[in-house]
Ligand binder design. Structure first.
Ligand code: FE2
Length: 358
């Protein structure tokens, strides 16, 4: 039986200062602030801000008291993703089935109610200290029980949904986690990249993508590979202390407009290596977008058998070199920009060297 994961309901970040993190993601990435839970709504332990753009729902949470166990999580990992929550039809059934298949329960199924209705939720643990919450909404009308609806409009930049969520796991743990997603959540192996695909003269990594049958949820899982210098995945693990979420890829239908707006808002992106556009058009062939605009905005392009894609990666979004965001537009391609890996990793190595982590 394949467990039915309908969609990514939300991604929750644990951060040191949710008020400021929410402001940053709202102003820089153009999210609306749509809900809040905290002392003012009767929840004294933690404050959470919910941001939405298209079908992307992000929650930023901070513990308010020194004795909250989430502080240990924050001390270890710094600001980062703690929960990738799925909307499901039956939270209890899926939780119990996942546990029967070998998952560790983080919280058994429980109902939560307020005047907007009732939601059933349960949690299991995945890699690192990341969890998956199963959210059974029934006909619930708000975000989740306990949250007060807000309407603070952001200036959207055209982001529509979460294209994929990438996890970095420890050396030699990728295959085990790919098996876990297959056996526990029924997500099949979609594509693999080995260290010959993803390496430079100095550093390397391996990656395997698991996906739901309908391919609406895609999780690439990376592990470091041996190279002459330290893999960027190992740099992540060293700073996150454990496995964790490396990046969210957010989809747009107009990457030229999205990147122009994000750059105006001050979002910093990895710089495309010099000479990239001297060669790229010969391998990519014809695309609908204006070559000159693509080059001006520093956007990467790749093509596979089914089409092409345009993508760009932010620099880390907090001081630890851990989490970042990818902006992606797909034009037929279902892959992940393999042709850009090498060019991009030269840039990442330069940044690693500046941080003293190469
Ligand atoms: Fe990606």
């Amino acid at each position: 039986m394949s467990l039915e994961l309908k969609r990514i309901h939300h991604v929750e970040f644990l951060v040191g200062n949710a008020k400021q993190a929410a402001y940053f993601y709202r102003k820089a990435f153009g999210f609306d602030q749509v809900a809040y839970r905290g002392p003012e709504t009767g929840y004294r332990k933690r404050a959470s801000y919910v941001l939405r753009q298209g079908d992307i729902w992000l929650v930023f949470t901070t513990p308010l008291h020194h004795d909250d166990s989430l502080n240990i999580w924050l001390t270890l990992h710094g600001d980062g993703v703690r929960d990738i929550a799925f909307e499901v039809r039956d939270a209890a059934a899926i939780h119990d089935e996942a546990v029967a298949r070998g998952a560790t329960s983080d919280r058994p199924p429980r109902e939560f109610s307020d005047d907007q209705g009732t939601v059933k939720m349960a949690k299991i643990q995945t890699y690192g200290e990341v969890v998956h919450t199963f959210v059974e909404r029934g006909g619930y009308r708000g975000f989740l029980p306990g949250f007060r609806i807000q309407e603070i409009k952001g200036e959207g930049v055209g982001l529509s949904c979460i294209d994929h969520v990438v996890g970095n796991v420890e050396d030699n743990r990728m295959d085990a986690w790919v098996r876990w997603y297959d056996e526990v959540l029924g997500m099949d192996r979609f594509v693999s990249y080995d260290d010959k695909d993803i390496s430079t003269e100095f550093t390397a990594l391996r990656s395997t993508v698991v996906a739901t049958d309908d391919r609406r949820i895609k999780f690439p899982i990376n592990e470091p590979a041996a190279g002459r210098r330290k893999s960027q995945i190992q740099e992540y693990i060293d700073h996150n202390v454990t496995a964790g979420v490396q990046h969210l890829a957010l989809r747009t239908d107009d990457i030229l407009g999205s990147i122009a707006a994000l750059r105006r808002n001050g979002v910093e992106f990895l710089q495309v290596p010099a000479g990239y556009y001297d060669h790229v058009w010969q391998t990519i062939g014809e695309i609908a977008e204006d070559h000159e605009r693509v080059r001006e905005l520093g956007i990467l392009v790749d093509r596979d058998e089914t089409g092409y894609l345009l993508q760009l990666f932010t620099r880390p979004l907090q001081d630890r070199p851990t989490f970042f965001v990818e902006i992606i537009q797909r034009a037929g391609s279902e892959s992940f920009g393999k042709g850009n890996f090498k060019a991009l990793f030269v840039t990442i190595e330069q940044e690693q060297a500046l941080r003293g982590n190469l």
